[in-house]
Each structure stands twice: as C-alpha cells, then as structure tokens.
Design a protein around this ligand. Structure first.
Ligand SMILES: [Fe+2]
Length: 611
C-alpha cells in the first residue's frame, strides 16, 4: 500500500511516500526549485517520490494533506473578526491565496497528480501530523509526545501519548499564544528573517547576557508551572498587522528594531540571550509537566520549536525523561511524513513493530546519483576530475586533504530530509583549525561572521569530546552539549574582558572551529550503520591525526537551499572558495578546473535572496 503525504502553502513544502509503513522517500520542494523554504505545492517533490517507487499517481492508495485548511481558514476569519476593523489590510492580503488555492486543495492536488489519482484525499490536523512524525518513526513502543510550533489551525502546542500504533493528544495550547511565534517576534526584532533566522538568533544568544529575562517574564508572558502561558498581545501585533512587533515592544526594550544586515550590537545579543533563556524555561517546564502527567520514560518531540537544539539538549541533560527522540524534519516539512504515517497506523490500524532502532533511516530519504550519472554530467561540462575505483583510496586522500585544511564539498548517497545536512550534502573541514570558522563563514558560505559551526564526531568517541548524558546518540544534529573540560584550553585573556563578538577571537578548545563561545557544540554523532562511508572517512582521519571530530556544515551558501543534484553541487563549488569537491567516487580540485570568473561568482551569489 502506497501513501503519499503532502505539506504545503505555509513554509517548507514537502512530500513523502510511505509503503506498507516504511518510509520510501521524502524531500522538501525547495531542493528542486532552488527557492529556500519554498511553500508552493510540492510538485517536484511529489514527482520524485513517485519515481523513487517507480509508480504513477493512479497506483497511490491514499493521498494525505498535513493539516485541515477549513479549520485554518476559520482561525483566520475569527482572528480578523476579533480584531476588526483593525487588520483589514492583512486579511485582504491573505485572501487571494486562500480563494485561489487553499480552499480548493483537492482541485490543486488533482492537477499536480495529473488527474490520475482516483482515491479520496485525507486531511489530518497540523499538530497530529507533527505528533505522528515524532512518535511513529521513533524507536519507542510508547512515549510521551510534545509538539510546539508557530501555529497550525488553532493549536500552537500539544501533548499526549503514543502507544503502539496509536497516538492521542490530550492537551493543546491555542493561537495566539505560541512559543514559536514569540521566538519569531524576537527574531524579527533582532533583524533576522522570520521562519529562517530563528537559528541565527539561537547562535547569537551565547554572545549576550540574559539581561531582559525578567522583563520578558514580567511584561510579555504569563507563564504557568505546567509550561503553558498567555502572551500580552498588546506588545505583539501579529494578529492584526503584517509586522510582529510594534512601538510598545520597542519602548519596552529601549529602542527600535535592528535593520536587517546592519551591525549587531550588544543589545541584540542580550535580547537573543534573554528570549533563548525564556524559551528553555518554557521547554523545561513543559517537559516536566508532560512527564508528570503521562508517567512515561520516553519523550518524542516535533514542531518547529523542536529545532531549538539548545533547549533539546537541556531537556535531555536536566529533564525527567530517560530517553528522547526528535523528528529531524521537525518543522512543517515533517508534517508530510507524519500525515502519511498517521494514515498507515492510526487510520488503517496496521501493526507497528519496534526493535530499538528508529525508522528514519538517518533521514537520508532524498534523491541519490550514481557514479555514472555524475561522470556523465561532469563530462558534459568538460570538468577535470579523478575517479577512484576504490573507496579506501578515495577516503585516504580526502582524510589527507582535511588534514591540510582544505575545505571539501562532500556529496554522497541520498539527500537529507529536514533542514540539516547530515554528511551526504555537506561541506566538511578540519575542526582543529583556528582559521576555519572564519574562512568557512566568509569565503565559503558568505554569511555572518558570528555564526557557529557544528561538529561530526565518531559515535564511539562522543564522550571523549562532549558532555552527553549516558553517551547519548545524536545522529540528527538536534542536541547541543558542552565540550568536555579536558578538551578545553586555558584562555590567554580573562573571560570577563571579552564582550560581544570579541569572544570569537579566543581559542577555547582543541577543536576551536566547532566550539561556540559558551563552549557548546551542536553535535552529530556518526555511526557505521547510518553513515558507513563518512564513518570510514572520519576513522581514517582519526588514525592520521588522533582527532575524532570534523566540521560539518550544509552544502550551500547563504540563502541557498542545500544542494540536491551534482549540477547544484558543482555550481556551488565553482561559485565559492571551496578547494575540493567529492561526488561519490569523483574528486575535483578547484585549481584544476577552468577558473570561474569573479562576475560568475557574483551572479551565483545574486541568485539567492539573503535569508
Ligand atoms: Fe507546524
């Protein structure tokens, strides 16, 4: 039985194909259209899913959409009526899209499936889809479920339990009170883009002090012991305006919002640190309450807030649960997967077997390209490359190049599903290098200099480098943990003397490129089973250097979706200062290629709107 899951029209459209409960394929539309967070109907992703199973749409048994458009429309209408006559402009702006697309979804889906699908369409609820995406692929037979995001139809957060093949959400929190939207309001205020800059604000937080924590708690939010809260909407005009913060908010924080791309000041860093601390407090209270109410040992998480890996790390280290599992595509893209699994298990009542391993398959669920396809593409360009018949020789060479501080595009196997590159569409480099953080930010990714990089660490060595509780796994890069004290270095200047971005200038550990200014790191553990080739590469690197850690950042530049095909990878390689590109068993050196001219690099960068 083939079930197609779809999410679309909000942000991060995606499609998934589930066959007899097994995840066959999943991908975000942005990877194909090259438009970051593309929210159009995911026609390309659907096409890919059908190809992956080699079927046409008439063979699909069910098509399921990840939320209920009518309920969402009702929320929009009621919010408008609640604030009328204010908000008329915002209401009018949203209407054409609703009338044209969202209220006629079956028609839209018919068209995308070339009128071949004759079955019925199923619509699941937004938070049910998140919950299903968290529980069903998890390794647990039973678990507490916690979802938190911006907003779905009405719900902004929910909790309940999953047992066997059933989930049940018993509690919901409703719009406009939303942790996701609160975090986004601060993202907006600190001059980053809503729905994509949240990650940047989280990365900025360690440069500041949580000076505004009490102010936020006192004025903006009425937080209960159980983690639920009410926001004072007079500070947050997002219900009736197209902005997220207004003059009252500015007055409270003693100044105007930061214009995007203008210099960052200590104030933004302190504000980021404060809202991050508030968010962690809410996540911790919610986790404790859910534990208390459900009595479960395991917790699963999804919804955009579950991408707050600093908060996740705290729940794991300080929280009451024995184990946690987080859906890697925790945002709305993952809703497509949850919706499809919900149909298979909950609606159709199929048995769910657990064997201690998750069913996400390393989240490597996107397209793959063979050596033959890659060579054909490179030949068509006249690119110079070296093909390695033997994996061992290739790996030996790449390990040597990392040791020489080369920046390497690493393109292998199936593309990742979810926002993180997990070693199949990654740029990798030497974590021991002092210059690498700045080189990668400025010359490769063309992004803000304050942004930290994440490490890949050999699974078996995680505890020698990081303080992970119980040597926990973090295969999806969703947990932040401190660098082990034994790997830290004495500072050559007193810590108190460092303010703001000056904190960057100090070497803090034996792996400085991935040690954030507060000694934290967003960890991906690499194991032999999920990532055999990367594991081999890192093991070889360790043999050479005695270091089990490398940098792993997504294969893209600022504003660009992660690369999908060899063509995208080659263009990104040529459009940046990357030294080496490895695609399956082909290795390319930049200095052997016809040099890309500066204007071509500029044109490449100009294609992607800054995020
Ligand atoms: Fe969501």
């Amino acid at each position: 039985m083939d079930i197609l899951g779809i999410s679309a029209f909000y942000h991060d459209s995606a499609a998934t194909l589930v066959r007899d409960g097994e995840i066959i394929a999943a991908a975000q539309e942005e990877r194909f259209t090259r438009k970051k967070h593309d929210n159009q109907f995911p026609s390309n992703a659907v096409e890919y899913c059908l190809q992956a199973r080699d079927i046409s749409a008439d063979r699909l048994d069910y098509v399921v959409f990840y939320e209920k458009p009518l309920l969402k429309f009702e929320r929009l209408l009621e919010t408008y009526i609640g604030y009328a006559p204010r908000g008329f402009r915002q209401f009018l702006m949203g209407m054409p899209l609703w009338l044209r697309l969202k209220l006629h979804l079956p028609r839209e889906m018919d068209r995308a499936l070339h009128n071949k699908y004759k079955g019925r369409y199923i619509f699941t609820e937004h938070h049910e889809s998140h919950a299903a995406s968290a529980f069903f692929p998890s390794p647990f037979g039973e678990a507490a479920i916690l979802t938190m995001d911006g907003v779905g139809e009405w719900a902004t957060g929910s909790f309940g339990t999953g047992r066997g093949n059933k989930i049940e959400l018993t509690h919901v929190m409703q719009f406009p009170h939303s942790l996701g939207l609160l975090y986004s309001a601060f993202t907006y205020f600190t001059g980053f883009r809503v729905n994509s800059g949240e990650y940047k604000m989280m990365g900025l937080a360690p440069y500041g002090e949580p000076k505004y924590y009490d102010l936020i708690m006192e004025k903006l939010i009425d937080l209960k012991e159980d983690g639920s809260f009410r926001l004072d909407m007079s500070y947050l005009p997002y219900c009736h305006k197209t902005v997220m913060t207004g003059s009252k908010f500015e007055k409270l924080f003693g100044g105007r919002l930061r214009r995007p791309e203008s210099p960052l000041t200590q104030r933004e860093m302190d504000i980021a640190a404060s809202i991050q601390a508030v968010t962690e407090e809410i996540m911790m209270r919610a986790a404790r309450y859910v534990h208390h109410q459900t009595g479960m040992k395991n917790l699963v998480l999804a919804g955009g807030v579950a991408l707050n890996c600093v908060g996740n790390g705290r729940i794991l280290r300080e929280g009451p649960f024995d184990n946690i599992w987080i859906q890697p595509a925790a945002g709305d893209a993952g809703g497509a997967l949850g919706a499809a699994l919900l149909v298979w298990y909950q609606l159709l009542g199929n048995e769910r077997k657990v064997d201690g391993r998750d069913k996400q398959q390393g989240s490597l669920l996107g397209p793959a390209y063979s050596n033959k396809q890659i060579c054909r593409f490179l030949d068509s360009l006249g690119a110079r490359y070296h093909s390695y018949a033997d994996d061992g020789q290739l790996i030996d060479k790449v390990a040597e190049l990392i040791d020489q501080e080369k920046v390497i595009g690493w393109f292998q196997g199936r593309m990742e599903f979810g926002p993180r590159a997990l070693g199949n569409r990654s740029i990798i480099g030497d974590a021991r290098s002092e210059k690498m953080q700045s080189v990668m930010n400025r010359k490769i990714k063309f992004r803000e200099s304050f942004r930290p990089f994440a490490p890949c660490v050999l699974r078996e060595d995680v505890n020698s480098y990081f303080e992970m509780r119980n040597e926990e796994d973090s295969p999806y890069m969703l947990l932040v943990a401190p660098v082990q004290k034994g790997k830290r270095l004495p500072l050559d200047v007193p810590l108190e003397s460092l303010k703001g971005l000056d904190k960057l200038k100090v070497k803090r550990s034996v792996v400085p490129a991935i040690t954030h200014v507060d000694y934290s790191a967003r960890i991906q553990t690499v194991d032999r089973q999920r990532h055999p080739k990367l594991h081999r590469l890192m093991s070889r690197f360790k043999e050479k250097t005695d270091c089990s850690v490398i940098i792993n950042t997504s294969f893209n530049i600022r504003g660009e979706p992660i690369v999908c095909s060899p063509e995208h990878a080659y263009r990104c390689f040529m459009g940046t200062n990357m030294d080496v590109l490895v695609m399956e068993n082909q290795l390319l050196y930049k200095d052997e290629q016809p040099q890309a001219k500066q204007h071509e690099i500029d044109e490449y960068k100009a294609q992607f709107e800054l995020d």
